[in-house]
Design a protein around this ligand. Structure first.
Ligand code: ADE
Ligand code: ZN
Length: 323
């Protein structure tokens, strides 16, 4: 089997996908028309041309604008169903999906509408899945706490809370009490850290937020002691290669540190982050990283194994998927 075939066929789990980041321009325009929401782009092509980012914030500005077309439960359902179909085609067997309720509740869309649409599609979906509620870190800790309160009646459908949006200047410590509350309610925790922010944010996420995984985490290599801890405690990193190049965390895929992370024994995984914006789903991420970094068959198998081991599936479910 060629490496290309192995990448396509090997069963995978996806652990870092923002559902709002899977909204393809065609569906965005369909939903905008249906809801009579105006977009400042006249066509799918014009919108795609705007997907030229210089850093995380330049992406987030367009990403939040795109999400503004979503208004009804049906919109959230269709977006989620489309992602699940696409992931299944890449032989993703299990997905742990982020959603950003504050992006919608701040526009007057209820938590119930957002959660109802997404969780309905997950229930009807072709693959196994779990849902992770992310707090927007550019907003206040009070706003995050209000969001957590709104989510608690639905917590049986939510496995964990996470932290995303503008990283620099919004350290994990800002959300320590919210995460502590979430953990006391039985929720697991993850956080974006060390994407654009310094290694100290990764350490804060581990020490103050009690995270089970770090999202991105690629800047950990700047702190050898931290790398040792991440390896010793088997703290997984959900790495997103195409995202990192599009948002200029690395200058090119050849400069990406994924291979180095693997050689250090870090439990790294490959994920798509916001596939509609960054030029590809999980297979394209594997392919681009494998080609630029000369990953081996054994690396690909390790990455796929890591994805199930790092997941929030039960030990029995993990065992079954790994087999
Ligand atoms: N929200 C969606 N994608 C994100 C990313 N890569 N980093 C931070 N917040 C995000
Ligand atoms: Zn992300």
């Amino acid at each position: 089997m060629s490496l290309e075939e192995l990448i396509r066929r090997i069963p995978k789990a996806e652990l870092h996908i923002h559902i709002e980041g899977s909204l393809e321009p065609e569906l965005m325009f369909d939903i905008a028309r249906r809801n009579s929401v105006g977009l400042r782009f006249r066509s799918v092509d014009e919108l795609r041309r705007a997907y030229a980012f210089t850093d995380l914030q330049s992406f987030l500005d367009i990403y939040y604008e795109g999400a503004s077309v979503l208004r009804t439960e049906r919109d959230f359902y269709e977006m989620t169903a489309a992602y699940l179909r696409r992931a299944a085609a890449d032989n993703v067997r299990h997905a742990e999906i982020f959603f950003d309720p504050q992006t919608h509740t701040s526009r007057g869309i209820s938590f119930e509408t957002v959660f109802g649409g997404i969780s309905g599609a997950l229930r009807d979906g072709p693959i196994s899945s779990k849902l992770i509620l992310c707090f927007l870190r550019h907003l206040s800790a009070e706003s995050a706490m209000e969001t957590l309160e709104a989510a608690l009646p639905f917590k049986s459908g939510i496995v964990a809370v996470g932290l995303d949006s503008s990283e620099v200047g919004n350290p994990p410590s800002k959300f320590a009490s919210v995460f502590s509350r979430a953990r006391s309610e039985g929720l697991l925790t993850v956080a974006h850290a060390g994407e654009e922010g310094p290694p100290s944010y990764i350490r804060e996420a581990i020490d103050l937020l009690g995270v089970s995984r770090i999202d991105h985490g690629v800047r950990c290599l700047e702190d050898p002691q931290l790398v040792q801890e991440i390896v010793a405690h088997k703290i997984p990193l959900t790495v997103c290669p195409l995202s990192n190049v599009k948002l200029r965390v690395f200058r090119s895929m050849k400069d990406h540190n994924l291979r180095t992370l693997l050689r250090h024994g870090v439990r790294a995984t490959i994920n798509s982050d916001d596939p509609a914006y960054f030029g590809g789903y999980i297979v394209e991420n594997f392919r681009a990283a494998a080609e630029a970094l000369a990953l081996t068959e054994s690396d690909i198998r390790q990455l796929a194994r890591n994805s199930f081991e790092a997941s929030f599936l039960s030990p029995e479910e993990k065992e079954k998927m790994l087999r």
